[in-house]
Design a protein around this ligand. Structure first.
Ligand SMILES: *Cc1c(COP(=O)(O)O)cnc(C)c1O
Length: 833
């Protein structure tokens, strides 16, 4: 039970009344009190106090999870269409649109909170930072509620507002939008009295026509505000607010404009000084823990907002040194012995703990879970209480207690720990825990590290890590999700998606990504070889998987693992004829329409049809497919159309012989973009998931999902005449400075990039390779960068160097760049919040 921050409970009938919903099913639950809104069956909640909202999204439909929710104890749900069979013990609230209903309920709840002051924060960047820091400055002096880390959307905002209660003096709510019209709905839910506008980004948002439209849309949030704080470094933004809200109090915050209401300066030694026309503040030194200008700007915005809210309580300034850098990502890294490590040592509030626990307990359902916790530092008694009850509640509602272990570091709270219904061990110092882990190394586990700063859990992450070679590939799962949504938006409704995870998901790691794709609701996975499929099954991925190179001698292994082979030869057909089986064998039939790689050619079709008519009782043909040779080349469109027609003609004949209609698919990423038609019931997407496409005009809708980084191992000064690397292929003619990078051709940084053909970016500046690339190391020219040091990060693929550019320098295509990144390079997965 969470003691504070809880809404006044409403009964089921009260909620039905607020939503103007019709009640179906059981009437016995009408007076049960609802405390939680539940939107995802993977979340663990106390179901006896929760109402389940069946939301619809691009990849999911909550209505499909009613059975699962019922299994977990759901007794009441909000739906926009009734299931065929009503459960006798469940109450169904029927509304027109479930997302609108969620928003309506939150708006109603907001309207009851007359004493709480609502602060709304928006802007293109920085809003999470400002929100977190404003909260940290006010808390625990003032009773505050805030949006959880990432809840700023059309669904996140209602959930954030729902959490607020009458005891809160302040509710700090973050609002983000991606489409016109959305802000109006958020404004209605939040009804803020104070507005904070962080910054208007120049990034091109796909959803808006212009910068003006974007600003106008965001500004709507502040319609009900008395005061608005806005960064003054963007004069057009300030002018706009003055123009549309002449009657409101506009307070400006700036590092450059001395006329602003709140100003700050940083001197050469990094000290920050703060002044304000209000509250008698003249050049006060503040001990900012941050060095960069962006963090300091956001800090000052948070501080100014805090002063406005508290009418100038200067004690807020004293809390500044305790602030943490807000980490926006929770990182999964691959550990030793097939472990995955979720490092979340950057946040300390109970909510963040709950989020981290949810992420851990809901990923990879069949794996062991280890929760490594430290004593909570810097938390108030009440927060600590709450953190413990969060832990207890989350664990209680988890289904896999027997496979969960808690490792705790700290001297306090031993008795409390004993209440946790799982195996646990207590260590007084991190050092003790480290030696325990050395003796008992975890295997095949998902491990959460959540420790206060002073316990230095980095050392645990390091010990459990797969490799100390620090070159790493970062895979942005959120970007992959967004790219898939974009492709899905181009397809006719109902088109199925097959995700190509062959070659370890184009080098990004097979089962980690496959697991994520499964959670997004992709329909099929495809791998190139049987052993890749077996690996997915060993990682407990249960969704359908097609194997492309399903050679005859591997068919037993394929069927044993419930994988589905692609059938392309009569050798395979003969094998199927003699294969003993009780149930029909799921297969896919590959037609060769011109690629001349795998598949039955048109001349073989007649024989194939004969064979199928004999075999059809033992087979279950899941799909018929072909592959295009030049989908991305408009010059070959005529050939492509011919291929597509050939394919459907063959598939029609197969349908006739089978007496049913298997799924048809022929389009890869390029095919979807240039040739999609209604006859294709599934598409096979590979490279597009990573944000790569042959169409530059679509690049703005796609987000690169892969980055590749390394580090500087050593910096050297060269004198004229010094040579570099093997074969002395480069000799300095003047004084130079070089950096040696922990990256070589064994990592996939190909030797062809030697001597200036390729390069990397350090501090955002291009550094060409000099000399020959070695197996494990590369030297680059950094003469033009004044302050390069050992350990500095190096970008190989990222915002400065797109993969396409590197591919060009390597004389190849992005596919080959991705799949040749060495296996020793660490893969790190993260989701943006
Ligand atoms: C790899 C592959 C795809 C995916 O191609 P992309 O260009 O990466 O989208 C589709 N179909 C087949 C048969 C493939 O081998």
């Amino acid at each position: 039970m969470l003691p504070v921050n809880h809404p006044k409970p409403y009964t089921v009938v009260e909620i039905a009344h607020i939503l103007k919903a019709d009640i179906f099913g059981s009437q016995a639950n009408n007076h049960i009190l609802i405390r939680n809104l539940w939107t995802d069956t993977r979340q663990s909640v106390k179901t006896s106090e929760s109402i389940f909202f069946c939301l619809r999204g691009p990849h999911f439909d909550g209505h499909n999870f009613l059975d699962e929710a019922a299994k977990k104890g759901m007794f009441c749900c909000v739906v926009d269409c009734l299931p065929e069979q009503l459960r006798p013990d469940v109450t169904y609230l029927m509304v027109r649109d479930t997302k609108e209903a969620l928003q309506q309920l939150a708006a109603h709840h907001r309207s009851q909170l007359l004493e709480t002051r609502f602060i709304a924060i928006t802007g293109s960047n920085g809003k999470t930072m400002v929100k977190e820091w404003l909260y940290d400055l006010l808390h625990p002096h003032y009773n505050c509620s805030k949006s959880p880390l990432s809840y700023n959307s059309q669904i996140g905002v209602p959930l954030s507002v729902w959490k607020c209660s009458a005891e809160n003096q302040f509710a700090i709510i973050e609002a983000g939008i991606s489409l016109p019209g959305e802000m109006e709905r958020l404004r209605h839910i939040i009804q803020p009295q104070i507005g904070v506008f962080t910054h208007l980004g120049s990034a091109h948002d796909a959803g808006f026509q212009s910068r003006e439209q974007k600003l106008a849309e965001k500004a709507r949030l502040f319609y009900t505000c008395e005061s608005i704080l806005v960064g003054a470094d963007q004069p057009d933004v300030v002018d706009y607010f003055r123009k549309i809200y002449p009657e409101k109090k506009l307070l400006t915050v700036s590092s450059t404009c001395t006329k602003a209401d709140f100003t700050f300066q940083t001197n050469a030694s990094g000290e920050v000084f703060f002044s304000s026309k209000h509250y008698d503040l003249e050049r006060i030194k503040i001990s900012s823990p941050f060095k960069d200008i962006i963090s300091n700007k956001n800090l000052i915005l948070a501080l100014s907002a805090g002063l406005v809210l508290t009418d100038g309580n200067l004690q807020l300034i004293e809390k500044i040194p305790t602030l943490f850098q807000v980490r926006m990502r929770m990182e999964w890294t691959r550990g030793l012995n097939d472990c995955m490590i979720l490092n979340d040592c950057y946040t300390s509030d109970p909510e963040a703990l709950q989020q981290a626990l949810q992420t851990l307990l809901t990923s990879g359902q069949y794996r062991k879970k280890i929760i490594v916790l430290s004593e909570f530092d810097q938390l108030t008694e009440a927060d600590e209480q709450m953190a413990f009850s969060t832990l207890l509640e989350t664990l209680k509602s988890s289904e896999k207690l027997s496979d969960t272990k808690v490792l705790y570091v700290g001297a306090d709270k031993f008795e409390k720990l004993s209440e946790l219904p799982v195996e646990k061990a207590v260590f007084t110092t991190t050092q003790h825990l480290l030696s325990y882990l050395k003796k008992n190394p975890p295997t095949q586990s998902d491990i959460l590290l959540k420790g206060a700063r002073k316990f230095q859990f980095e050392s645990i992450a390091e010990q459990l890590s797969a490799s100390l070679h620090e070159t790493r590939v970062e895979i942005n799962l959120s970007a992959i999700g967004r790219n898939l949504s974009f492709f899905k938006s181009l397809l006719p409704v109902g088109t199925k998606l097959m995700a190509m995870v062959k070659a370890a998901s184009y080098g990004s790691g097979s089962f980690e990504l496959a697991r994520y794709l499964a959670s997004l609701g992709v329909d099929y996975l495809a791998v190139a070889y049987a052993d890749e499929g077996v690996e997915l099954r060993n990682a407990h991925i249960t969704m359908p998987v097609m194997v492309m190179n399903a050679h005859t001698h591997l068919l037993p292994l394929i069927f044993e693992n419930n994988l589905e082979p692609q059938i392309f030869s009569f050798g395979q057909i003969n094998f199927l004829k003699n294969f003993e089986t009780n149930s029909p064998l799921s297969i896919h039939i590959k037609i060769d329409t011109g690629m001349h790689r795998l598949g039955f050619k048109s001349t073989q079709l007649k024989t194939l049809l004969n064979e199928l008519s004999v075999l059809k009782e033992t087979l279950r043909v899941r799909s018929i497919l072909s592959h295009l040779s030049a989908a991305d080349d408009p010059k070959e469109d005529k050939f492509t159309h011919w291929q597509i027609e050939q394919f459907h003609r063959a598939a029609d004949q197969i349908d006739k012989v089978l007496g049913y209609h298997p799924i048809r698919h022929i389009f890869n990423t390029a095919g979807i973009l240039d040739h999609m038609d209604e006859r294709s019931e599934m598409v096979r997407i590979g490279i597009g998931m990573y944000g790569i496409s042959h169409r530059p005009d679509l690049q703005i809708h796609l987000q690169p999902a892969i980055e590749w980084h390394s580090f500087v191992s050593q910096v050297k000064d060269l004198e004229p005449g010094d040579s570099i690397g093997y074969g002395r292929s480069f000799v300095a003619t003047k004084k130079m400075k070089t950096a040696t990078i922990a990256l070589g051709y064994a990592d996939g940084f190909r030797r062809i990039l030697s001597n200036g053909r390729g390069g990397v970016y350090i501090k955002g500046i291009y550094c060409p390779v000099i000399g020959r690339i070695c197996m494990d190391m590369t030297m680059v020219d950094v003469s033009h960068i004044p302050d390069v040091e050992e350990g500095d990060p190096v970008e190989i693929i990222g915002p400065n160097q797109a993969i396409e550019k590197l591919a060009q320098a390597m004389n190849t295509v992005p596919y080959e760049v991705l799949t040749s990144i060495g296996t020793r390079v660490k893969r790190v997965y993260f989701k943006e919040s």
